[in-house]
Design a protein around this ligand. Structure first.
Ligand code: IPE
Ligand code: IPE
Ligand code: MG
Length: 239
């Protein structure tokens, strides 16, 4: 396809990958079939982002609330993360992609945690593109864990707490060091944030599409990027 990349390219594109279950249901298949298709889409979209010079791609893959789904679906999603990490690690190394995984890791098993640590370590020196996977994540969890760590680390220093700036506090968020998303895409027609980057999306541009995640591709990405390039980001100021 002709490269229609607009001039104003976001540094960080984030995606709420939604609609796998409905995609499978439309085909008369079980939900896990949709999740497997959805995992394939991640790779295609990551490649497309790389081609378009997008430095950071982050994806919401599993929310804290998703733990409340039926056990077999949760098991499928855990296995899918493990398989994706092991199958795609060499490719990430070859592509110069750094992998970052963010979320409440205490809820993941030892095996999955060690696989994540291994892949993160192996790709830690890369900086061509950064792939952030939000897994067992929620925005409220992130703010709460930041508040706890901030308070505990400054327990002997009430002045540091009293005088803390937004910037001081944000260093305790799990996303520290990652620029805030410029563009947040949500697939499947839902128009809500579902406890995603509550703090970090304060001035993010939102783009909603009815396309179900397994059907999302380069053309859809380009539509979102084109719309982004036409947005006027004012950050509360006047021109
Ligand atoms: C997104 O697809 C993947 C996860 C939330 C893990 P869903 O599984 O939410 O699919 P729908 O929304 O039920 O179609
Ligand atoms: C949001 O999708 C979470 C992920 C895509 C990982 P959900 O399908 O869980 O969100 P709701 O339930 O529709 O808000
Ligand atoms: Mg959903």
């Amino acid at each position: 396809m002709e490269n229609t990349t607009p001039k104003k390219v976001p540094t960080h594109v984030s995606i709420i990958m939604d609609g796998n279950g409905r995609w499978a249901a439309k085909r008369g298949r079980e939900r896990s079939f949709g999740h497997i298709a959805g995992a394939e889409t991640v790779e295609r979209v990551a490649e497309a982002c790389r081609d378009r010079g997008i430095k950071y791609l982050s994806v919401y893959a599993f929310s804290e609330e998703n733990w409340n789904r039926p056990k077999d679906e949760v098991d499928t999603l855990m296995k899918l993360l493990a398989d994706t990490i092991s199958n795609k690690l060499q490719k990430m190394i070859d592509n110069g992609t750094k992998l970052i995984v963010i979320g409440n890791r205490e809820k993941l098993g030892d095996l999955l945690n060690s696989m994540i640590d291994f892949a993160v370590e192996k790709t830690s020196g890369n900086d061509r593109t950064i792939m952030v996977v939000f897994f067992s994540y929620s925005g409220r969890w992130d703010i709460l864990q930041a508040a706890k760590r901030f308070a505990l680390e400054n327990a002997d220093n009430p002045d540091a707490i009293k005088n803390a700036t937004l910037d001081d506090f944000s260093h305790y968020l799990a996303t520290d060091g990652i620029p805030e998303p410029d563009l947040l895409i949500r697939t499947s027609g839902e128009q809500r944030i579902s406890n995603y980057l509550l703090w970090q999306a304060a001035y993010t541009e939102f783009y909603f599409t009815p396309v179900l995640w397994p059907d999302f591709g380069e053309e859809e990405l380009d539509k979102a990027l084109l719309e982004y390039s036409l947005r006027d980001r004012r950050y509360g100021k006047v021109k």
